[in-house]
Design a protein around this ligand. Sequence first.
Ligand code: PMP
Length: 413
Amino acid sequence: MFQQPYHQNSIQLITHRELFLKNLAQTSDFPLALEIEKAEGVYLYGKDGQKYIDLIAGIGVSNVGHRHPKVLQAIHNQLDKYLHLMVYGEYIQTPQVELAEALVKTLDLGCKKYPVLDNVYFTNSGTEAIEGAMKLAKRFTERQEIISCFNAYHGATQGALSLSGSENFKRNYRPLLPQIKQIRHGNFDDIQKISCRTAAIIIEIVSGEAGVRIPDYEYFKALRKQCDLTGTLLIVDEIQTGFGRTGTFWAFQQFGFYPDVLVCAKGMGGGMPIGAFIANQKIMSVFKNNPILGHITTFGGHPVSCAASLATLNVILEEKLLDDIQRKAQIFKDLLVHEKIKEIRNQGLMMAVEFEDFETLKPIIDKAIKKGVITDWFLFCDNSMRIAPPLIITEEEIRMACQTIISVSSLFN
Ligand code: PMP
């Protein structure tokens, strides 16, 4: 068969929308299908000339805004040096080494009781980091049972999917991993289900896809106690909360405890793909033996992604973005007042705005997008609007966006 190189001109007669629907695997019958030409700061610019304010940051990713100049600079600098060199863990790659050191510093809280999380394994994504953390827990504890929470989302690969607290997402993909149990996030009684047979509990600090559910301050302390009692690893999934979203660099810092393993991705890359699971050296060393190369990745910790991630971390700290998060969240809460809004739940700039039901919310979200304000739902909470903007959003931008949400909320009865 005759094969040609791909040139843009060859597709003039068929729109990108048609090609998107024809050639890209679809995961629903109703994709948003916005065609974006450029993104900058908190804005996306559509091909149709529409300017959108991005109140979801690509689902918790663009925490420092789209194409932050310092992130772009770090990427450019690394492009001039090297891209992929070798599979993970063999060569000393400066961006990996520097990022790992910086991450460890954010985790060194002077906590005397628990060893500092000082060992980082880099991956390409959140779900891969979860897979690594699950393997680590099994090896370190020599146990098989893993506990997660109902309505949790930890990723789409089969191990992470096994942890999902939603039967709807799992049903048709069985068999999945055995010996996975679920407990209720934030429920003190359920903590007792963690036993000497449990390798790990994997838990988000704020239950994100359940619609931003925040546990009692004492909850994680009680969880920590039970894990210590039973020799279970306490693994926190900070993939959505990580790199500052909730107002502290890590969300666990607001709950008075220290985890055994921390998993992050999404917002850590400043728009580039990267994830990590972080533990102390003693725990992580199980990957060295029996078998050697106990966890392998080709691209995990890609040098360009690591450079972007380090720049992101530095932007958050140098530009003191954390200092302003509670104030910005409060502005949202003060402005999003409407008879249709039942409740706002938030931990910093991770927010859920609850409406009566999906039928009320759907036209509001659709219309807001048409008017240039992008929000979204949650996987397991369809009556709430997701708001998780870039942390750099200004007061004026918050006011503009809230005005649109309020005005479109009045349009439908
Ligand atoms: N854990 C949480 C809490 C998440 O929000 C997500 C992504 N939505 C994941 C894990 C999986 O991350 P990824 O999509 O990068 O695989």
